[in-house]
Design a protein around this ligand. Structure first.
Ligand code: TRP
Ligand code: ZN
Length: 861
């Protein structure tokens, strides 16, 4: 039986709220099995909007009473609305509802986790707590009182500043908090739990002192110092780079193990997935440490870009997310390694956002419509959104961008605004005309650039002819695209004056360079100056030259990726046709030279350059994907490199051995990355000696980076050392939930042919819990991203079944799992037949959430 079609919401239908809420007083009586929420709202009609009944949002609320100005009033309800007619221009609304956080498996609204009660209100979770105008353009100041059992829930927190607290009968206690800043309901938070706290302070540039606290599960305080340091660094960075100072007296972070996403920027009371807080060298990898820096910074930066200035409506989500991702990327680049940061950003964009933008969920960074807003917390809104902000900075320069930010806050502090408002501030501060640029906000799809070049020796003129197109867009108007370029001479030097930013504004446009002595090698789209696919008929010799000499690390890396992609895609076709792949010696030579430049270019860069493009990225370049052939081709190139460069890999592995105890510095992290890349290549040889080497590193490592790298490499190879390492790892870490996630992910992501059977078996293992999003992401979604192992009839049927099972508990996470099917139409007819059946079986499931229904309908569409 099919579920009814849920309504679609359109940006064009936006209207201002008919009522405003000036102050909110909330009283929570928390008890097992039921929490009572009393709300007192000081409300008034919005004078700008015609008189109409008040319609409040609610979900799964048991309404106990409703009063206006102290009197009971008539009202009507549906499961999701409460309507009151005939209201005065200003009034006090008092409601009392009962909710059941203990049975809230959606992890939206108020819910129970192991150590207490937590909230998640973005985007529309507040309506699961009390009747409200749950929309971001309704901003209020909040006073919140919590009552709970003192022994079980000693810590009682809400946004803002503590006002008062005390004891009550039966071993209970209470606390009142006040948040002086007006905020939308999605930034509301409370926590009642048994938690340990790490405390510190931060002195702002103007000399105010901010009390900092990180609350975690008891016993985990020794995993908090890194997050605390990250918070302090973020606060300093935002003062220095953007002149933005913390406005709060108290800034709290609470970590919870059950959380749908990464973290949440609730005003003064961030709630984090433990994954982005807890770290100690023996349990967290270098990548984990960096991710924590970035996510802590991200949520802190939201205090200005998101909280002080918020979104008018949810279509504007990229206003805060794209901008805040850009800010956390810049912070990460300044803190660690700018070169490899950019490479990793683009690698991530190509692995997730480009496929999204080419598939059934393609949408502009500002969508025009949605069924379920939670489905639009996507890599398009976040990562492509950040690329769009980065292009604005490229177009007007760093100083212009800073002036634009200043102007944005001068105009809009305290307001709920649109993407146009942001761009208008940038335009006003810089004088740049962004009219054409707005297309980036309004069209889906990745623009493609086709570049040709002509060199006339007689005149010394070099011409680049650039054409742009975007078949996914609704019309063929051109984008404004900044293209950073430089021309290289045959010796690998930049030709003087050729380093510039071209502004592509037409569908087809020519750019001339005069006074060029000999045909140059163009380095196009340096630093990835726009999120586009660029085609140019590079010769292998030109790419080899750029890989060796390009001073822009991104484009040096890019040259290597282009070389490898061409080879792997050609080999894929060969393998599909029953032929053996051929690997040219020139590629091996280029890789060898790369290994020798480790000292000058940095180990981190070399590790990135030696990492072949991923299968999902490569698949996007094919019309019909044969995942087995693609997988075989990529593996064959890895093995070929290992055979040809065995001595070099082994030498570097030995040479990069740690020279002391672990330190998390980016320099040391780079050495570890390269050394572990060498180890993984060596394991392609699958000799007993190399397997022993890996097992030995696994056992002797004093840090999770090296231990996990050895495990991950072994997990790709069928051998007894693999089983030994997996068993020892679980034995040692079974009580560290985040490490168990790594153990699950390393198995679900394995290329071994029996991976599906392993994943099925692990769904019944005590380590797995379908109610915990981290476990679902580690085991199930990671399997869905395993190109060769997921895309089989049995793989499709399995994930369809798991999606249905999960949908009954947590639709937000189920719909993220359903996204694994996005690219089903790129596979061959037989696979498509089974994918369609799997999708239809999900769609026809009775009572399916609108979250999953929207994804599946689009996929089948
Ligand atoms: N605003 C959060 C962030 O990017 C995202 C987020 C956290 C979220 N939890 C969520 C979005 C739950 C939707 C649902 O920092
Ligand atoms: Zn965010």
């Amino acid at each position: 039986m099919k579920t009814d079609t849920p309504p679609t919401i359109y940006l064009k239908d936006y209207t201002a709220p008919a009522y405003l809420v000036d102050t909110v007083d909330l009283d929570f009586v928390i008890a097992t099995g039921a929490t009572t929420v009393s709300a007192t709202l000081a409300m008034r009609r919005n004078p700008a909007v015609a008189a109409q009944p008040l319609v409040l949002d609610g979900e799964e609320l048991e309404t106990l009473s409703v009063a206006v100005d102290g009197e009971k009033v008539p009202f009507s309800t549906t499961p999701t609305t409460l309507t009151i007619a005939d209201l005065p221009d200003a009034f006090t609304l008092h409601t009392v509802v009962r909710i059941d956080p203990d049975r809230n498996t959606r992890l939206s609204g108020l819910y129970r986790s192991k150590d207490g009660y937590f909230t998640q209100c973005e985007a529309q979770g507040f309506r699961r707590i009390t009747w409200f105008l749950d929309r971001p353009d309704v901003m209020s100041t909040y006073t919140v009182t919590l009552h709970a059992d003192k022994a079980t829930y000693p810590v009682l927190l809400a946004n803002g500043n503590p006002v008062a607290s005390g004891e009550e009968a039966d071993g209970r206690h209470w606390a009142t908090w006040n948040d002086p800043f007006r905020k939308p309901a999605y930034l509301f938070a409370l926590v009642a739990g048994k938690l340990d706290g790490l405390f510190d302070t931060f002195q702002t540039a103007s000399g105010r002192s901010v009390q900092l606290a990180i609350y975690v599960e008891p016993g985990k305080l020794d995993q908090c110092p890194h997050a605390m340091a990250a918070l302090q660094k973020s606060m300093k960075w935002d003062e220095e780079r953007f002149g933005l100072e913390c406005d709060l007296d108290h800034y709290m972070i609470v970590a919870v193990g059950d959380f749908n996403m990464g973290a949440m920027e609730n005003k003064g009371l961030n709630i984090f997935n433990t994954k982005y807080v807890l770290a100690r060298a023996d349990v967290a990898t270098d990548v984990d440490f960096e991710n924590i820096d970035r996510v802590v910074a991200h949520e802190y930066f939201h205090n200005w870009t998101g909280n002080r200035v918020t979104c008018r409506d949810w279509f504007q989500l990229s206003l805060k997310e794209g901008l805040t991702v850009f800010r956390d990327q810049e912070f990460g680049a300044d803190l660690h390694n700018r070169q490899t940061a950019r490479i990793r950003e683009v690698r991530g964009l190509r692995a997730a956002q480009f496929p999204e933008d080419a598939g059934p969920m393609a949408h502009p960074i500002r969508p025009a419509s949605f069924v379920e807003i939670n489905n639009f917390y996507t890599s398009t809104v976040y990562e492509k959104g950040a690329e769009v902000i980065r292009m604005i900075q490229t177009l007007i320069g760093r100083d212009g961008f800073r002036a634009g930010m200043d102007e944005y806050f001068r105009r809009h502090d305290g307001q709920a605004v649109t993407c146009e408002d942001f761009v208008a501030a940038m335009a006003a501060a810089s004088g740049f005309d962004f009219t054409q640029f707005m297309r980036w906000y309004n069209q889906p799809g990745t623009p493609h650039l086709a570049v040709d070049s002509v060199f006339e020796a007689k005149t010394g003129r070099y011409t680049l002819h650039i054409k742009q197109s975007n078949p996914r867009a609704s019309d063929n108007h051109p984008y404004l695209i900044p293209i950073r370029i430089a021309l290289f001479d045959a010796g690998g030097q930049i030709i003087a004056g050729s380093d510039r930013t071209l502004l592509l504004t037409e569908n087809s446009q020519q750019f001339h360079f005069d006074g060029i002595a000999a045909e140059p090698v163009p380095s196009l789209l340096r630093d990835f100056s726009a999120p586009v696919v660029l085609d140019y008929a590079y010769t292998p010799q030109q790419l080899t030259l750029l890989l060796a000499h390009e001073s822009d690390p991104f484009n040096a890396w890019e040259a290597g990726q282009r070389l490898a992609s061409t080879l792997i895609l050609d080999a894929t076709a060969a393998i599909a046709a029953g032929q053996a792949p051929v690997w040219p010696a020139s590629f091996v030579d280029a890789a060898r030279r790369l290994l020798q430049t480790q000292a000058e270019r940095g180990a981190a860069f070399v590790a990135e350059a030696l990492t072949l493009p991923g299968e999902s990225t490569l698949a996007e370049a094919l019309d019909i994907v044969d995942p087995d052939a693609l997988h075989a081709a990529r593996n064959s190139l890895r093995r070929h490199l290992a055979e040809q460069l065995e001595g070099e890999f082994a030498g570097l592995y030995a040479g990069l051995a740690p020279h002391g105890a672990y330190t998390p510095s980016s320099e040391e992290a780079g050495r570890r990355a390269l050394r572990n890349t060498c180890l993984a290549y060596l394991l392609e040889l699958n000799t007993p000696a190399v397997r022993q080497l890996a097992l030995q590193q696994f056992r002797s490592a004093d840090n999770m980076t090296d231990q996990f790298a050895a495990l991950a490499a072994l997990a790709q190879t069928e051998c007894t050392e693999r089983e030994t390492a997996l068993a020892e790892f679980y034995q040692r870490w079974q009580h560290e939930a985040l490490v168990v996630d790594k153990w699950l992910a390393v198995q679900s992501g394995s290329r071994l042919p029996d991976t599906l059977a392993t994943v099925k078996r692990l769904t019944g293992h005590p380590a797995f819990d379908i109610g915990n999003p981290n476990k679902v992401y580690a085991l199930l979604r990671n399997f869905g991203a395993n190109l060769a192992r997921f895309h089989t009839p049995a793989g499709y049927a399995f994930l369809a079944e798991q999606t249905q099972l999960l949908d009954g508990k947590n639709p937000q996470v189920a719909s993220r799992l359903a996204r694994c099917f996005d690219r089903w139409k790129k596979f061959d007819g037989e696979r498509q037949k089974h994918a369609r059946l799997a999708l239809e079986s999900i769609r026809d499931h009775q009572g399916l959430s609108r979250d999953v229904l929207e994804i599946v309908n689009r996929a089948l569409g």
